[in-house]
Design a protein around this ligand. Structure first.
Ligand SMILES: NC(=O)c1ccc[n+]([C@@H]2O[C@H](COP(=O)([O-])OP(=O)(O)OC[C@H]3O[C@@H](n4cnc5c(N)ncnc54)[C@H](O)[C@@H]3O)[C@@H](O)[C@H]2O)c1
Length: 467
């Protein structure tokens, strides 16, 4: 990152000097919270910007260098852009497309009647841009910036653009999805200090055109598939909502127990290794062990004792069980009668079986009269199985049958399990399981609960639980 460029005052001061005629001209469709900020900030990097909106009053304000919304420093940057003849606005889509190289689309995507995404404005803009593209010879890049479900750019936007322009994607126009992560209230500041810049583009030329716009504020651009770029925006916001809801449930619980929630959460936030980090945030198998399930139940119990409703914490066991169920459904779908498990303790590098979610799968297999074999170098059939069962007997009484049958299921190598199974269930990424899976007999199915391979095998017998 370039600190000089990141200093807001410097950006503002240098904006006129940094104006370069070879910078792409950009039209921005939708001059709301996102579009108005894009206009102002990108103009300050020296791009010529043309705003488009059917709302004539917004157009008039932007063209006059006035902010249409309450947003720190927005009016200042807009008026500077107008003064530098870098900002203009119109209600005419055609003029804007013909006068620019790139079109950003930041129209609203409100909730539809069925709870999904209302594409009305996206479709309409695509038709307007497409109609203008029909008259344009030069390559044009269309960049969707709205928050939309994965698939929208390619399956909604592109067909509209192609139909209206008579051109094919890649011939005359390119497409990209570039999510916007700015927070209202600090959007200008966030633009110059982005948390991340994500570009999903249809082709290298489009990716490079968009990269040129953002390089001055972010040297670490993330080039991903269009669908990944679309999804990450929804995921980010769902995570933020999750954090707020969690902190608020902790607040209500702490208050009921006369405990200072801010002291608790301040301490919680000190832990940047396990709590505020990427730890525990990779899709994989269900949580288990001697602590997480037990403590979640304890928190639910604390809430019940005080008559509190904590739906988020309440949902954790349910969502974990749903995940185990989906693994079981995958096993059943293979149609296999002989199931081999690679890894059975609750995580690798421990001999602890207590509330291992894999035990639930084994139990379900036994209930269905499937034949089960197991390899786990840390499992000792002559170890303290009874002690492990005693610890979880109130929470998981049905695991009695698994504990009893376990000694007879244990094999001494992964290959032995693989050789006698029709389906392999892998619940640890350890002990050379990836190699064992790679050299398994060709017709043995694999249920991968841990993402053994960075690149997902394109093999009909391989099934990943969340990829
Ligand atoms: N508000 C935020 O902080 C934020 C942050 C990230 C992403 N987003 C997403 O960005 C998108 C825009 O959000 P917003 O808050 O800026 O919306 P907004 O409602 O403030 O603005 C949308 C603008 O689009 C205009 N518009 C409608 N049809 C048009 C057309 N055919 N041509 C040109 N303009 C048209 C509207 O008149 C309006 O001014 C949404 O998908 C939103 O989910 C918003």
């Amino acid at each position: 990152m370039n600190d000089m460029i990141l200093t807001h005052d410097l950006v503002t001061a240098l904006a006129p000097a940094s104006y370069r005629l070879d910078k792409a001209a950009i039209s921005v469709f939708g001059l709301g919270y996102v579009g108005a900020v894009s206009m102002a900030c990108i103009a300050s990097l020296g791009h010529r910007m043309v705003g488009v909106d059917p709302d004539a009053s917004k157009v008039a304000r932007i063209a006059a260098g006035q902010s249409p919304i309450v947003e720190e420093r927005l009016g200042e940057l807009l008026s500077q852009g107008v003064e530098n003849e870098l900002i203009d606005a119109t209600t005419d889509a055609r003029t804007a497309v013909l006068a620019t190289d790139i079109s950003f689309v930041s129209v609203g995507t409100p909730t539809a009647a069925d709870g999904g995404c209302d594409f009305r404005f996206v479709r309409q803009v695509a038709q307007e841009i497409g109609a203008a593209l029909a008259e344009k010879d030069d390559f044009h890049l269309v960049v969707l910036r709205c928050s939309v479900p994965p698939g929208t750019t390619l399956d909604v936007m592109v067909p509209e653009l192609e139909a209206a322009s008579g051109k094919r994607l890649g011939e005359g126009f390119g497409i990209a999805f570039n999510p916007e992560f700015l927070r209202e209230g600090t959007a200008v500041k966030d633009f110059f200090r982005p948390t991340k810049t994500v570009i999903g583009a249809s082709d290298d030329r489009s990716a490079a055109m968009l990269a040129d716009v953002y390089i001055p504020v972010d040297e670490n651009l993330h080039f991903v598939s269009i669908e990944t770029a679309e999804m990450v925006k929804y995921v980010d916001n769902t995570w933020h909502a999750n954090k707020v809801a969690f902190a608020n449930e902790i607040g209500r619980l702490c208050k009921a127990y006369d405990t200072d929630s801010h002291a608790v959460m301040d301490l919680f936030c000190q832990d940047r290794h396990l709590n505020l980090s990427s730890y525990y945030l990779k899709p994989g198998f269900a949580f288990g062990g001697s602590c997480l399930p037990k403590e979640v139940r304890a928190m639910q119990h604390l809430a019940q004792e005080k008559g509190l409703r904590l739906p988020l914490i309440d949902s954790l066991t349910e969502t974990n069980d749903a995940h185990i169920d989906s693994a079981l459904a995958m096993i059943e779908q293979t149609g296999a009668r002989r199931i081999g498990f690679l890894g059975i303790t609750f995580k690798p590098d421990t001999d602890d079986l207590r509330e291992s979610p894999t035990l639930e799968l084994v139990a379900a297999c036994l209930e269905r009269d499937l034949q089960v074999s197991v390899y786990d170098p840390n499992l000792h059939a002559d170890g303290d199985l009874e002690g492990h069962y005693a610890y979880m007997r109130h929470a998981r009484p049905h695991l009695r049958a698994v504990i009893d049958a376990l000694p007879g299921m244990v094999r001494s190598t992964a290959d032995q399990v693989s050789d006698e199974s029709e389906a392999l269930v892998v619940s640890h990424n350890a002990h050379g399981y990836a190699d064992a899976v790679a050299r398994r007999p060709a017709d043995v199915a694999v249920i991968d609960l841990v993402r053994l391979f960075k690149t997902v095998p394109q093999d009909p017998t391989y099934h990943g639980i969340g990829w």
